[in-house]
Design a protein around this ligand. Structure first.
Ligand SMILES: [Zn+2]
Ligand SMILES: [Zn+2]
Length: 107
C-alpha cells in the first residue's frame, strides 16, 4: 500500500550541448612541461624567461595551478599566453604580415 512518493526529484541538470564552437587551438609539437600533455590544447603558456634549451610551455590548467618549477624555471617568471596555434613557418610569415596589416586598422 504505502507506495512512496517519487523521492527527491533528481533534477537532472539539463546538459545542453553548447552550439558555440569552442575553437581551441591545438599546439602541435608543444608538450606541457608539467603534466606532459601533448599537444597542448587551448592556451599555451610560454615562459618568456626560460629560453634556448630550457623553454617552458604549460597548458592552461598547469599554469593556473602555478606549481610547476624546475631548477631554472620559477612560477614568478613571466608567461605569454598563446591562444592561437603557430603554423608552419613558411606559412606563418605570410599570415603574420597579413595579420599585421589588418591589426593596424584596429589600432
Ligand atoms: Zn599541463
Ligand atoms: Zn621560466
Amino acid at each position: 500500500m504505502g507506495e512512496p512518493d517519487v523521492g527527491p526529484s533528481t533534477s537532472s541538470a539539463h546538459l545542453q550541448t553548447p552550439a558555440l564552437r569552442s575553437a581551441k587551438a591545438v599546439h602541435l609539437g608543444y608538450q606541457c612541461d608539467s603534466c606532459l600533455a601533448e599537444p597542448i590544447v587551448g592556451i599555451r603558456w610560454h615562459c618568456l624567461e626560460c629560453r634556448g634549451a630550457f623553454t617552458v610551455d604549460l597548458c592552461d590548467e598547469c599554469r593556473e595551478e602555478g606549481t610547476f618549477e624546475t631548477e631554472r624555471h620559477r612560477d614568478t617568471h613571466s608567461f605569454q599566453a598563446r591562444r592561437e596555434a603557430e603554423m608552419e613557418p613558411y606559412y606563418a610569415n605570410e599570415v603574420a604580415s597579413m595579420a599585421l596589416r589588418e591589426y593596424s586598422y584596429l589600432a
